[in-house]
Write a protein that binds this ligand. Structure first.
Ligand SMILES: *[C@@H]1O[C@H](CO)[C@@H](O)[C@H](O)[C@H]1NC(C)=O
Ligand SMILES: *[C@@H]1O[C@H](CO)[C@@H](O)[C@H](O)[C@H]1NC(C)=O
Ligand SMILES: *[C@@H]1O[C@H](CO)[C@@H](O)[C@H](O)[C@H]1NC(C)=O
Ligand SMILES: *[C@@H]1O[C@H](CO)[C@@H](O)[C@H](O)[C@H]1NC(C)=O
Ligand SMILES: *[C@@H]1O[C@H](CO)[C@@H](O)[C@H](O)[C@H]1NC(C)=O
Ligand SMILES: *[C@@H]1O[C@H](CO)[C@@H](O)[C@H](O)[C@H]1NC(C)=O
Ligand SMILES: *[C@@H]1O[C@H](CO)[C@@H](O)[C@H](O)[C@H]1NC(C)=O
Ligand SMILES: *[C@@H]1O[C@H](CO)[C@@H](O)[C@H](O)[C@H]1NC(C)=O
Length: 446
């Protein structure tokens, strides 16, 4: 318990419910679940107070951007799956359904001002989690989560940009947005991860090929260095992408680690084993203090912005999925998750239903509180439940149905003959629905 709260609760104990830090036993599944329940409850409570003020389902109030809501919904969907506590499922189904948008690909036009490829794919990865977790809802009609995730993939594969820099995804979808010419590691990284997870889910080799192609490009251009550092990004207007912005973020190493782990799982190829070892080296060399994750670029100087405060949550939930796909890395990453979860829980306090969590996990409370901090604490705590979770669904297991399991792929219903030997992108263009193509054209015209 932190001094400030201790003082406060002593002073006001007759009137207010006391606050308490969260104790966790990282070896005890019940203890982990109980802490996760408190954290999820706090996040849902703040979401619901936002909703009461006429907010649209699936959003959190300012200053939280659209993407962050997508990331938080993903971890709440995971919460239901990992703990069996499904009390929020209706609420989550409603929120997710509201953000699917006009093209069934998480591109709501009223979010276009902040709609980067990385934002869209964050929601796409949440749909992927819903598919893998067998999350059911009656809110999405005849759509299914895997189709929504593959629609995101298809729209992004069509945006793969070889006009300059040899490939990659631009940060922004719309050219009118600032930052369009930037090629950031997270846009291509999320696409790499989505492709790898779709490959695992469907068994379709087209996705495996795209995942490898995306990763190859990040190495060729230097976003992933020889030492397996993942740098922030590069700009297509500056020397053909050869000037690299070398800031490193935990979410980037997390996303790339997870994707590499799925690729190793799919191929058991030494290329991916080596890549994975390299990313783990970087994780410890750059981001860990003892066995606790830090956001090195901004945590200590107090300069993390709202987005950056959520990054350790993205990283740690990816590390947990990486371990499940590539068990040989468990000896390295499990201690990091346990150390981080314990420290993160101890940095949280509760007051009534509200939860406040420290951004820093390496020291006691740094006085911060917010959605990113609570989300990160939830993500790292429930990451410890992943090894005991029931197996993830795949397309053939039918576990992702939303009431009409046979209607598994409506988006492909308009397919013609796939083009021959034109590469993965052309195959996808030929086989996917008009809706997806229209979504991309609309983006190009706006
Ligand atoms: C924005 O678009 C989404 C998806 O079409 C919709 O659910 C939502 O009500 C719209 N309005 C706002 C303010 O988000
Ligand atoms: C730009 O970089 C890509 C990828 O490395 C390379 O294939 C292409 O030839 C380069 N173009 C120019 C004009 O240097
Ligand atoms: C990726 O690069 C490797 C070697 O550098 C190459 O063998 C492989 O064909 C490439 N894969 C794709 C999909 O481009
Ligand atoms: C990871 O670090 C170990 C120990 O320093 C080193 O032996 C190994 O070569 C590194 N692996 C990669 C892929 O960089
Ligand atoms: C691949 O991942 C699954 C979990 O998704 C796991 O059960 C399986 O053991 C992994 N395969 C290998 C070779 O480790
Ligand atoms: C999946 O659904 C199809 C079509 O409804 C059915 O034929 C098949 O038996 C189901 N598979 C499993 C594993 O339930
Ligand atoms: C799914 O539902 C929508 C609207 O409810 C309808 O327009 C569409 O034709 C349906 N698609 C399929 C494949 O049933
Ligand atoms: C694999 O996925 C691609 C891209 O979505 C699609 O064009 C192709 O038809 C799929 N192949 C099979 C065998 O389902």
């Amino acid at each position: 318990m932190f001094v400030s709260f201790l003082t406060l609760s002593l002073a006001t104990s007759l009137y207010a419910q006391s606050s308490a830090a969260l104790d966790i036993d990282v070896k005890d599944q019940d203890s982990i679940k109980s802490v996760a329940k408190t954290l999820a409850g706090g996040i849902v409570d703040s979401y619901q107070s936002g909703l009461k003020k006429d907010l649209i389902p699936g959003l959190f109030p300012d200053p939280y951007y659209w993407w962050e809501a997508g990331a938080v919904f993903g971890s709440l969907v995971d919460y239901s799956y990992l703990t069996g506590d499904n009390q929020y499922d209706d609420l989550l189904g409603e929120g997710l359904a509201h953000q699917i948008g006009e093209f069934d690909a998480f591109m709501p036009s009223n979010q276009s001002k902040s709609l980067g490829n990385d934002d869209q794919s964050t929601w796409g990865l949440t749909a992927m989690s819903a598919a893998e977790n067998g999350f059911t809802t009656n809110k999405i009609g005849n759509l299914s989560w895997d189709v929504l995730a593959s629609n995101v993939f298809d729209t992004q594969a069509l945006r793969w940009n070889e006009k300059t820099c040899g490939g990659g995804l631009n940060w922004q979808i719309y050219q009118f947005n600032n930052g369009y010419t930037y090629r950031n590691a997270i846009s291509t990284g999320n696409f790499f991860l989505l492709a790898a997870r779709l490959a695992k889910f469907t068994g379709n080799a087209t996705y495996t090929e795209w995942a490898e192609k995306a990763f190859n490009w990040t190495q060729e251009i230097g976003l992933v260095s020889e030492e397996y550092r993942v740098f922030d990004g590069t700009d297509e207007t500056r020397n053909n992408c050869s000037d690299i912005n070398q800031i490193q973020w935990s979410q980037n190493i997390g996303i790339y680690t997870e994707a590499a782990a799925h690729m190793w799982n799919l191929t058991t190829n030494d290329k991916w084993r080596n890549t994975l070892n390299g990313f783990i080296n970087t994780t410890f060399d750059v981001f860990a203090e003892k066995n606790i994750l830090t956001e090195v670029a901004c945590e200590k100087n107090g300069k993390c912005n709202t987005d950056q405060k959520a990054m350790k949550g993205i990283a740690t939930r990816s590390f947990a999925r990486a371990i499940a796909s590539a068990p040989f890395i468990s000896d390295y990453l499990t201690p990091l998750l346990e150390g981080s979860a314990k420290a993160a829980a101890e940095g949280c306090s509760t007051k009534n239903k509200q939860v406040e969590c420290s951004l820093r996990w390496t020291s006691q409370n740094d006085g911060s509180s917010g959605l990113g901090e609570s989300f990160s604490a939830l993500a790292v705590v429930q990451a410890l439940l992943v090894p005991n979770a029931k197996p993830l669904a795949t397309k053939s297991s039918n576990a992702t149905s939303t009431g009409s399991p046979t209607e598994s792929n409506p988006a492909a219903s308009g397919s013609g003959q796939p083009a021959e030997n034109e590469g993965a992108a052309d195959t996808i263009v030929a086989s996917r629905s008009l809706v997806v193509v229209i979504a991309v054209l609309a983006a190009a015209l706006l």
